[in-house]
Design a protein around this ligand. Structure first.
Ligand SMILES: [Zn+2]
Length: 485
C-alpha cells in the first residue's frame, strides 16, 4: 500500500469546474492521488466540513519594489507572502520595475535576491518604462528565462509610455511570446484635470476621483485595445473599475480579440465617497483608477458573471497610513496628487470575494476558484501546476471553513501596512489552513511558513497567449512580411 507524505481527508474539493468529496494525497510537494479512503500517510489532516480549494494565485501585487523619493514600501517578501498565505493565497506575481534611463537586468537580479525570502512561490512581471532599442534587446533573454509578462503604464509621470513606445513593447511581446499587462488611464487628461482642480483650490483626497473620472479610463482601455489589435498581441487590462471600462473589454472580446480583464475587491467594495472620509482618512482609500459608484460595483459583478472580467487580483500596494514615508509623505494636508496611490489587500482578497460573491449568491464556488486561482494561473502560464487540485499539480491548497464569521481587523492580516480598507467589515468564510507544496504555511491564525520556502516560477511559452494570426492589413508590421493572396 502506498505511503503518502500527507493526506487531507474528507473535505469537499472544488476546482474551477468540479465540486466533489474526496481525500487528497501529497508526496514530495505534489498531489499524487485524489480519491476515497486514501492512505496511509505520515501526516493526516481532517477536512471534514471544510472546503479544499486550490491556493489563490494573486497575479497583481506590489511587493518590495524600490520607491522614489521619501516613500517607503511597508512590505518585505517575507511579510507580504505571510499575509498572502493568511488569506489562502499560495502564488504571487509581483513587479520588477525598470528605472527609466537604466537597464532592466540589474534591477531584476536585485529583485530576485529580495524574493528569496518569500514563504510561497512567486513570479514577476517586468515593468518597461523606457523601451529603447537597447532595453528591448535586453528584455529578450529575460523573457526567455521565464519572465513571460510585461507591464506598461499609460499614466504616471516617469513611467508613462506614449503610443509609439507602447507599440514597440507590444511588438516585442509578440516576437518573444509574452503577455502585456496594462494600467489604462489617459495621462494628459489626468494632468490637465489635476491642474484645473488645484487652480480651483480643490485638493482634498476626494478630488482624486474628479481628476480621474471614468472617461479617462474608458478612453485608455479603448486605445490600448486598438493598439493591441493593430499588432495582434494579447493583453490583460488591469484593475477595471466600473461599467464603461468593462464595456470596452466586452466589445473587444465580442470581436474575437484576445483582451483579458481584471478587477480587484476594492472596486467591488469601495466607492468614491470613501475618499471623502474626514481627517485625511480618505487617503487610505485613494487608489487608481479611483473607486466609482455602487452601480459600477453591481455592473462589475455582471461582467464577472458573464466572463468579461476573468481575474480578481489584489493590486496590493503597501503604503502605511500614519507614516511620513507612507500616505502622509506630503503631510496631512497634502493635495491628492501628492498622496501615494493604492490599497493593501493580499490577505483580504479571497475572503472578501468568497463572502460577497459565493455566500451572497452572486457567483458560484467554481467561479470563485476560477477568478482567484485557475484563470490567473492559465493566463500567466502557471496552469495546471498552479490554480487547480489535480494529480501532478503542486500541493498548493487552502482549506476553508465556509461558515466561519470573521470581523476583519488589521492585526489579523499579517502584513506590514498599518491599516486595511475593510476594518470592521464582517465576512463569512475564511481559510483555516494554507499549504504551499505540501508544507503548512498558515494554520488557523498563525503564519508558520518559513521565509525561503518560496521558489521562483519560470513561465512559458504557453498557448493561452498565442496571437490570433489575424492582421488588419496584408502587411504584418511586427515581422515586416506582406501576405500574398
Ligand atoms: Zn498595481
Amino acid at each position: 500500500m502506498t505511503h503518502y507524505d500527507l493526506v487531507i481527508r474528507g473535505g469537499t474539493v472544488a476546482t474551477a469546474s468540479d465540486c466533489f468529496r474526496a481525500d487528497v494525497a501529497v508526496t514530495d510537494g505534489r498531489i499524487v492521488a485524489i480519491g476515497e479512503n486514501l492512505g496511509p500517510a505520515a501526516r493526516e489532516i481532517s477536512a471534514e466540513g471544510r472546503l479544499v480549494l486550490p491556493g489563490g494565485v494573486d497575479s497583481h501585487c506590489h511587493i518590495e519594489e524600490p520607491q522614489v523619493g521619501e516613500v517607503r514600501n511597508a512590505e518585505t517578501f517575507a511579510s507580504a507572502t505571510s499575509s498572502a498565505a493568511a488569506g489562502g493565497t499560495t502564488t504571487v506575481i509581483s513587479f520588477s520595475q525598470q528605472v527609466k534611463g537604466s537597464g532592466i537586468t540589474e534591477a531584476l537580479r536585485d529583485y530576485h535576491e529580495k524574493a528569496t525570502r518569500a514563504l510561497i512561490d512567486y513570479s514577476f512581471h517586468l515593468v518597461v518604462t523606457d523601451p529603447t532599442d537597447a532595453v528591448l534587446e535586453e528584455l529578450v533573454p529575460l523573457i526567455e528565462e521565464g519572465h513571460r509578462s510585461l507591464k506598461i503604464f499609460m499614466t504616471y509621470t516617469n513611467v508613462v509610455l506614449d503610443d509609439e513606445q507602447t507599440l514597440r513593447v507590444l511588438a516585442l511581446a509578440r516576437k518573444t511570446g509574452a503577455l502585456v499587462t496594462v494600467h489604462a488611464e489617459n495621462h494628459a487628461a489626468i494632468m490637465y484635470l489635476t491642474r484645473a482642480l488645484e487652480k480651483a483650490g480643490l485638493t482634498a483626497p476626494k478630488y482624486h476621483a474628479w481628476a480621474k473620472p471614468m472617461p479617462v479610463e474608458r478612453e485608455a482601455c479603448h486605445r490600448i485595445i486598438m493598439l493591441s489589435e493593430l499588432l495582434d498581441v494579447p493583453i490583460q487590462i488591469f484593475h477595471v473599475s466600473g461599467a464603461e471600462a468593462a464595456e470596452e473589454i466586452r466589445r473587444a472580446q465580442n470581436r474575437g480579440l484576445k483582451v483579458f480583464g481584471e478587477t480587484c475587491p476594492q472596486y467591488l467594495m469601495l466607492t468614491a465617497a470613501d475618499l471623502d472620509r474626514p481627517d485625511f482618512e480618505g487617503a487610505k482609500f485613494l487608489c487608481s483608477p479611483a473607486p466609482r459608484t455602487t452601480a459600477d460595483q453591481e455592473a462589475l459583478w455582471d461582467y464577472i458573471r458573464t466572463g468579461t472580467i476573468g481575474v480578481v487580483s489584489s493590486d496590493h500596494a503597501p503604503n502605511r497610513f500614519d507614516d511620513l514615508h507612507g500616505k502622509k509623505v506630503g503631510g496631512v494636508d497634502a493635495p491628492f496628487s501628492a498622496i501615494p496611490n493604492g490599497v493593501p489587500g493580499l490577505a483580504t482578497r479571497l475572503p472578501i470575494l468568497f463572502s460577497e460573491g459565493v455566500v451572497k449568491g452572486r457567483i458560484d464556488l467554481n467561479t470563485f476558484v476560477a477568478l482567484t486561482a485557475a484563470n490567473p494561473a492559465k493566463l500567466f502560464g502557471l496552469h495546471p501546476r498552479k490554480g487547480t487540485i489535480a494529480v501532478g499539480a503542486d500541493a498548493d491548497i487552502a482549506i476553508w471553513d465556509p461558515e466561519r464569521k470573521v470581523t476583519i481587523r488589521n492585526d489579523m492580516l499579517h502584513h506590514g501596512v498599518d491599516y486595511t480598507v475593510y476594518e470592521g467589515v464582517e465576512v463569512t468564510g475564511w481559510p483555516v489552513m494554507t499549504l504551499s507544496r505540501g508544507e503548512v504555511v498558515y494554520d488557523d491564525g498563525a503564519v508558520v511558513g518559513k521565509p525561503g520556502h518560496g521558489r521562483f516560477l519560470a513561465r512559458g511559452p504557453y498557448d493561452a497567449i498565442k496571437p490570433r494570426g489575424r492582421h488588419v492589413t496584408p502587411f504584418d508590421p511586427v515581422t515586416g512580411e506582406v501576405e500574398t493572396a
